[in-house]
Design a protein around this ligand. Structure first.
Ligand SMILES: Nc1ncnc2c1ncn2[C@@H]1O[C@H](COP(=O)(O)OP(=O)(O)OP(=O)(O)O)[C@@H](O)[C@H]1O
Ligand SMILES: [Mg+2]
Length: 221
């Protein structure tokens, strides 16, 4: 049982200019081991996206400690932190963040475009495109895709380099039942193969018995 992510007592406040401070996370602690698939369920505004950004080394909490693959990303230089993220973390963002001028296949390969290994990853990228039913859209840019198709491209991209930790923000939020099942099956399989997956969602249907509940920035059982 290897620990992949440990979140200890983190608090995050946003300071809105000229206005009140918003406390988005209050004393949140959780941990994930290899093989875990964990749901964090909560209503809009409860702090789900903030939690994922803090967990993945993209947003520094005000208090508390994150340990990602045995290191605290916020104690590293920003360059070392980027490397830690690139190596170990896959993000499926709520807004996808696809590159508008790249085709589906090149978006999936985007994490490797800056390195020499693009060709090594191509068969895996093609496999993911097939798996998520994107073959007919392979050469299209995101602007020509439905929202659900974009969501699946974002997931394929996040899985490409087989990150130890996959952080997914509403990964089935825009999908019909069949595609939602396809995505959830892929995530479960990813965890079963030794990855750690954290899914944040407001979808009650997705919750399981171990789901954590986030209310107004605080976790409850
Ligand atoms: N950049 C920001 N500046 C100021 N306040 C923010 C910022 N981002 C989020 N917030 C506030 O922090 C709280 C938590 O936001 P967050 O985006 O984490 O919620 P969420 O659970 O992901 O919501 P949703 O389900 O709508 O995506 C909200 O009250 C939100 O308004
Ligand atoms: Mg959100």
């Amino acid at each position: 049982m290897t620990q992949v992510l440990q979140i200890e007592h983190i608090t995050k406040r946003y300071r809105r200019r000229g206005r009140e401070t918003v406390t988005a996370l209050r004393n949140v602690s959780l941990s994930l081991n290899r093989g875990d698939l964990r749901f964090v369920y909560g209503p809009s505004g409860s702090g789900k996206s903030t939690l994922l950004l803090c967990a993945g080394g993209l947003l520094r909490p005000d208090q508390g400690v994150i340990t990602l693959s045995d290191r605290n990303p916020y104690a590293l230089t920003s360059e070392a932190r980027s490397q830690l993220r690139a190596r170990h973390v896959g993000f499926v963002f709520q807004q996808f963040h696809l590159m508008p001028y790249l085709s589906v296949i090149d978006n999936v390969l985007a994490p490797t475009l800056a390195s020499v290994s693009t060709d090594d990853q191509r068969p895996r990228a093609e496999e993911l495109i097939e798996r998520f039913g994107l073959v007919p859209r392979r050469n299209h840019p995101p602007s020509e895709l439905s929202i659900g198709e974009r969501q699946r491209v974002a997931l394929a991209r996040a899985l490409l380099h087989q990150p130890m930790l996959l952080l997914a923000d509403e990964p089935t939020g825009n999908l019909d039942q069949d595609n939602g099942k396809r995505v959830m099956d892929a995530l479960r399989e990813y965890a079963a193969a030794g990855g750690a997956v954290m899914i944040v969602t407001h979808d009650r249907e997705l919750r399981d018995a171990d789901a954590l509940h986030l209310v107004d920035g605080a976790l409850t059982a």
